[in-house]
Design a protein around this ligand. Structure first.
Ligand code: PEP
Ligand code: MN
Length: 263
């Protein structure tokens, strides 16, 4: 179902009037985690003003350490829904387990499957049985073929609204948090009709690299970006080092619009 042999033309996903695919440069931006009502509403206004279509923010956070901030859970979802009401932004947020699929679906416009869950086949099948579009992140050490098979799991349950998200993979390089595989964008485009979004925040782990990699992603054919933005990155509860200030995010938006217009 994921392949170009099944479907030749590019898939365009409609998320309540906002489209993903067909090179429309859809941007999903916001904090790594929903930290408080104030932090989220402020973030929403910032990303909306810069031109993003989606607000991102994790209410359930898959953290490396069990002692790190785990997210506000249901209250976080309520803040996301309030931000949508106030700004008109669409909401994309991560669902981490089968048990919370129904709850997250009640609030989100799009369900994010995180890198750590890319091969959680029960979770893939569960989101495949919902009517919510899915953003499927590439696993930390997943090949393109494994990633496309994960998308196949979702689609095989009847949900064809799947967008892929390249967020970097583990390599020997440790200067960057992950190695952002921009060649995967071109590869996926040739094999599959599904839209592909690039996340240069997790892909590099360094805010200074996010702007250039955003430009490269769009020049290379990505359908959009997922970018972490925080009102005050130095005070973020997670991923502050890779989060953009409002000013830098606004610059990214201006730059990618120019590139999108010529490629
Ligand atoms: C996130 O988007 O904040 C996240 C946890 O991403 P990933 O699953 O790509 O690590
Ligand atoms: Mn993050």
């Amino acid at each position: 179902l994921v392949g170009r042999d099944f479907k030749q033309e590019d898939t365009i996903i409609d998320v309540g009037g906002v489209q993903i695919g067909g090179r429309q440069l859809t941007v999903m931006a916001g904090p790594c985690a929903v930290e408080s009502r104030e932090q989220l509403l402020e973030s929403a206004h910032i990303v909306k003003a810069a031109g993003a279509q989606f607000l991102r923010g994790g209410a359930y956070k898959p953290r490396t350490s069990p002692y790190a901030f785990q997210g506000l859970e249901k209250q976080g979802l309520e803040f996301l829904a309030e931000a949508r009401e106030k700004t008109g932004l669409k909401i994309v947020t991560e669902v981490v387990d089968v048990e919370s699929v129904a709850t997250v679906s009640a609030y989100a416009d799009m369900l994010q499957i995180g890198a750590r869950n890319m091969q959680n086949f029960q979770l893939l099948k569960a989101v495949g049985r919902t009517n919510k579009p899915v953003l499927l992140k590439r696993g930390l050490a997943a090949t393109i073929n494994e990633w496309l098979n994960a998308a196949e799991y979702i689609m095989s349950e009847g949900n064809y609204n799947v967008a892929l998200c390249e967020r970097g993979i583990r390599t020997f390089e440790d200067y960057t948090r992950n190695t952002l595989d921009l060649s995967a964008v071109a590869a996926v485009k040739s094999i599959s009709h599904l839209p592909i979004i690039v996340d240069p925040s997790h892909g590099t782990g360094k805010w200074k690299l996010v702007r250039p990699m955003s430009r490269a992603a769009i020049a290379g054919g990505a359908d959009g970006l997922m970018i972490e933005v925080h009102p005050d990155p130095s005070r973020a509860l997670s991923d502050g080092k890779q989060s953009l200030t409002p000013e830098n995010f606004s610059l990214v938006m201006q730059e990618v619009a120019q590139i999108g217009a010529v490629v």
